[in-house]
Design a protein around this ligand. Structure first.
Ligand code: ZN
Length: 254
């Protein structure tokens, strides 16, 4: 790699997911991309899409961040802009990052909604989530088995209930050795990568604990109303179902 290490500043705590503007320094300029010493832009992964936004140079010129990916320990902000603006962001210079927070906040709502639904499905049926995908206003969950017919109706009721009676969402950083003694049962399907220590655990108060490196909302109230789509059987015995955000919620201040 040789591009330097980008601090994933959005991981630190709950509030870090709400940061929309930040200052950073350019570490490297691989073709078409900018590597920063720290970033609040989420790099695509774990079913959550990458953030979008802009990088503002000290000159006042800005470039568009069109995609964000990881490359080893570096985060590549894929950028598009005028030749002048791109030249302003040379290695060693300071920049300001501005996130498209409307988009990001939708992903935070979807991601928290997904944890919640995966937890309810596990509690009600013992079935775990094999994978989840978020994008636009929709979340898609692949469940490891067939769902009881009345489950979507029950999930819709659960989801409405947790918005009306909000639960706090928290982050805990748990030493791996401790996590492995008491892992959450529903998370056993996806093994933790070997280098992960401590484990970043997302907790929905009284409902769920699950290791995750994504961004989430502070309270289940912020998910807002969701709509559960009819489940679709998958080859191999699993089930796919989707949910959509059915309202805009107010974006809270960082
Ligand atoms: Zn998550």
């Amino acid at each position: 790699m040789g591009r330097g290490v980008t601090e994933l500043a959005y991981l630190a705590d709950m509030d870090a997911a709400y940061v929309r503007t930040f200052r950073a320094r350019v570490l490297a300029r691989p073709p078409g991309a900018v590597v920063l010493d720290r970033t609040f832009f989420y790099a695509a992964g774990g079913g959550q899409p990458a953030d979008r936004g802009t990088l503002l140079a000290a000159s006042g010129r800005s470039i568009e961040v069109v995609d964000v990916t990881k490359s080893g320990a570096s985060v590549l902000h894929r950028v598009r802009g005028s030749t002048e603006a791109l030249a302003d962001l040379s290695t060693g210079t300071g920049v300001e990052g501005l996130l498209d927070f409307e988009r990001r906040h939708r992903h935070m709502r979807l991601h928290t909604g997904q944890h919640f639904l995966s937890a309810r499905i596990f509690t009600r049926t013992g079935l775990r989530t094999q994978k989840a995908k978020l994008g636009g206003r929709e979340g898609t969950l692949d469940i490891e088995g067939a769902l009881p017919v009345d489950l979507p109706t029950e999930l819709a009721r659960d989801a409405a209930d947790v918005v009306a009676h909000p639960r706090a969402v928290r982050i805990r950083h748990v030493p791996r050795s401790e996590w492995e003694l008491h892992p959450s049962a529903r998370s056993g399907l996806v093994p933790l990568p070997p280098f992960v220590d401590p484990v970043r655990v997302i907790e929905i108060d009284g409902i769920d604990t699950c290791p995750c490196g994504g961004t989430h909302v502070r309270s289940t109230a912020e998910i807002g109303r969701i709509e559960i789509r009819p489940p679709v059987p998958l080859a191999g015995g699993g089930t796919r179902f989707a949910f959509t955000l059915s309202e805009e919620t107010t974006i809270p201040h960082g």
